[in-house]
Design a protein around this ligand. Structure first.
Ligand SMILES: [Zn+2]
Ligand SMILES: [Zn+2]
Length: 280
């Protein structure tokens, strides 16, 4: 199959990752755009913070993604960069909310585009354990070894992450040693893309959306990357017609000119449950 000719056909895009995310973008970017995605060698993205908490995250997800993309572009010496950033919060306990963003930079055109998603993670949050057997039981429940696990130990305010287990007995032995020296031990799902099939799927989906977006030109100035930039709330209540906080439309925008397009959602009326007048 001959890939279509797009603005990015034949270009090399660098995905700032040390966890194999370039493989998650490769197919969509080749088929939809005719572009090649590779990862820069010797990149350390852990400096921007880790899931395990041993290196704190100080930047917002968007700033962290931008910093990673720019570092990758600098190493690979390309004007095109990709980076993703995921964050997991246990706010809806016991459910874990997963926010994932994929950022694309084109320095030739001055573009910075974001595709994002907010979902409920299929993985539960961490669990503090008191016996080595509990560690292996919980790891098993998380889907280990296909889904990786991290042992996080805390002692005197010092957090250490133990990663890259491949066998249950190895995990159990480490948990045993940590518990024996008096550490508090928590078993966490390893969210790094190469150790988490469900997170890899989320990133692959965002890569697909980004590739389609980069194949979409602005109807006004022909710049690639025309797509969703915002949403419009205010869908009218089906009972009284008042505006609600329910999303009425997606707003699509251009990365360089002010052109916007309003794409109404399929639903035309909101359930009165969301209405401030009918259900205050
Ligand atoms: Zn109403
Ligand atoms: Zn435009």
């Amino acid at each position: 199959m001959t890939p279509p000719v797009t603005h990015y056909t034949g270009s090399h895009i660098t995905f700032a990752t040390m966890h194999g995310k370039e493989h998650l973008a490769r197919e969509a970017f080749r088929h939809i755009l005719g572009a090649t995605v590779t990862a820069p060698p010797d990149l350390d993205t852990d400096q921007f913070g880790t899931f395990a908490g041993d290196i704190p995250r100080v930047l917002t997800p968007r700033d962290a993604a931008r910093a990673k993309a720019r570092l990758g572009m600098q190493i690979a010496n390309t004007p095109y960069g990709l980076a993703s950033e995921g964050s997991f919060s246990a706010r809806l306990t016991p459910l874990v909310e997963q926010m994932e963003i994929l950022l694309f930079i084109d320095d030739d055109l001055g573009l910075e585009l974001i595709e994002g998603t907010l979902t409920t993670s299929p993985l539960p949050g961490g669990r503090t354990i008191t016996t080595p057997l509990r560690a292996s039981d919980f790891a098993h429940a998380l889907g280990f070894p296909a889904q990786g696990v991290i042992l996080q130990s805390a002692q005197d305010g010092q957090i250490t992450a133990h990663k890259n287990f491949t066998h249950l007995d190895e995990l159990q032995r480490t948990a045993e040693a940590l518990l024996a020296n008096g550490s508090t031990v928590t078993v966490l799902p390893d969210y790094r893309a190469h150790r988490s099939p469900s997170r890899a799927d989320t990133i692959r989906t965002l890569c697909n959306h980004m590739a389609k977006r980069l194949a979409t030109e602005c109807p006004h100035c022909r710049t690639p990357g025309f797509g969703k930039v915002d949403v419009e709330h205010g869908l009218p209540c089906s009972h009284c017609g008042a505006a609600t906080q329910v999303i009425a439309a997606d707003l699509h925008g251009c990365g360089t000119c002010p052109h916007r397009a309003r794409i109404p959602r399929r639903q035309t009326r909101a359930d009165p449950t969301w209405c401030d007048y009918c259900n205050p």
